[in-house]
Design a protein around this ligand. Structure first.
Ligand SMILES: [Zn+2]
Length: 429
């Protein structure tokens, strides 16, 4: 709201306020929040004075609000640095005013179609945004053929590439429904040396030669990966280094390596960023943990790709647990829930023995139950519990670990109830 009012009075307020602030902007479909928090952790470790739009308000009004809240009455910024998460559709207008020093693009997947339209449209929003800041350094995901194509457009920006090498051995299950199966240049079908996630991996076009760029920063080996953290080998321009990421799940390797890349681009010593990642703890529904039942983790899901990544993580857990899926269809979730049929719930089939119980919750709990049934999961194990309070009551009785996959507004509702019960920190703190 403050940003909206301020923009009425002064439409280019953000460009005035951001002039003397060194900003890292993070955009892309999945991982924006986690990646931004990781970069913040590095800023904090480096002792920089910074602010961030931690509340997730990532449109023009929200970004402006964050700058307004961090300036004096005379319009002087109180801090020198900022980490700004930017909605991929808003990048087109935000980047020009924000003038970030560094832009990170995490990846591009099909998201809520009712909001963004075609994926190439989203890509061109980001491209137009970048075009307005030719001096910004770009940190791009080399494994995403859509993101990597930003380098094909004659943009003058210096680029640092990051990715996960095939040798690292992330489970290479090609996606049933790829968001980018055909070459963005010539429409021929890509060939892959390996897949890391969905359409991410070692892609190349047999017809025109467009291929995965060699990353400057890459995970080359996974030494250990359990349900709390990962230990990997990271290749950087200055050699190989061990890296511990205090967060589970393979897809968070991308967020971690992106944050190392961004820290380098803004001029933070690599060692500092690596230390920060070892201590990092994420919040607000992104692998956030709560002392409920035998330990509860919340994994926010917003689209088929992100949901399939979470399911892949869950399918790799080798102990018994309880799975909760909370599905809402309000504005911020995307009102079209057909995406649940594109997400790979079938991945859970082979290990459904280990999932002792399923709970489905939210406004569209019944649709979710149906989806699980079609994925071949036993209906007698599924309990429907519409209300977040009753669901939390039921979970509090459990002794096994619990994994909750909520959509955005379902996460907000349920998180409030769980936080109240467990005494956790609120997201704006
Ligand atoms: Zn091609």
């Amino acid at each position: 709201m403050p940003g909206r009012i301020a923009m009425k009075i002064c439409p280019n307020l953000l460009s005035l306020l951001s002039q003397n602030v060194k900003t890292v902007a993070v955009t892309g479909t999945n991982g924006k929040t986690t990646c931004s928090r990781m970069i913040e952790e590095a800023f904090s470790e480096a002792g920089l004075s910074y602010f961030a739009n931690r509340s997730g308000a990532n449109l023009m009004s929200g970004v402006t609000t964050e700058f307004v809240m961090n300036c004096t009455l005379s319009g002087k910024m109180k801090k020198k640095y900022a980490v700004i998460e930017c909605d991929e559709a808003a990048a087109r207008t935000v980047f020009g005013q924000l003038k970030p020093q560094v832009i990170v693009v995490t990846n591009l997947f099909r998201d809520q179609l009712d909001r963004y339209g075609e994926i190439t449209h989203t890509l061109s929003n980001i491209r137009e945004g970048i075009r307005s800041v030719p001096e910004a350094r770009l940190c791009l995901n080399a494994d995403c053929s859509l993101t990597a194509s930003l380098s094909e457009d004659g943009l003058p920006n210096p680029i640092l590439w990051y990715g996960i090498d095939g040798t690292a051995g992330l489970k290479a299950v090609p996606s049933r429904l790829s968001d980018a199966s055909h070459c963005i240049r010539c429409k021929a079908e890509y060939e892959y040396d390996y897949h890391t996630y969905a359409h991410l991996g070692g892609f190349r076009c047999p017809k025109c030669g467009y291929h995965r760029p060699q990353p400057d920063f890459a995970v080359t080996e996974i030494l250990l990966m359990d349900d709390r953290h990962s230990e990997v080998v990271l290749r950087t321009p200055s050699g190989e280094t061990p890296l511990t990421i205090n967060l589970p799940a393979g897809y968070n390797l991308y967020n971690a390596v992106a944050s190392v890349c961004a820290a380098e681009a803004i001029g933070i010593e690599q060692r500092i960023c690596i230390e920060a990642l070892g201590r990092f703890s994420c919040g607000f529904g992104r692998m956030e943990s709560f002392p409920l039942a035998g330990g509860t983790r919340m994994i926010l899901v917003k689209n088929p790709a992100g949901c399939s990544q979470a399911l892949e993580y869950l399918s790799g857990i080798d102990k018994e647990y309880i799975l909760v899926v909370c599905l809402n269809d309000r504005g911020a979730d995307g009102t079209d829930i057909s995406w649940i049929w594109d997400a790979d719930f079938e991945l859970l089939g082979p290990m459904s023995e280990r999932i002792r119980k399923f709970y489905v919750s939210g406004d569209r709990a019944d649709d979710m139950r149906l989806r699980l049934k079609y994925a071949g999961l036993p209906d007698e194990k599924i309990t429907v519990e519409y209300s977040p309070e009753k669901l939390t009551d039921a979970l509090a009785q459990e002794t096994l670990p619990v994994y909750i996959m909520p959509t955005y507004t379902a996460m907000l509702d349920l998180r409030t109830v769980i936080v109240h019960r467990c005494g956790g920190a609120e997201f704006w703190e």
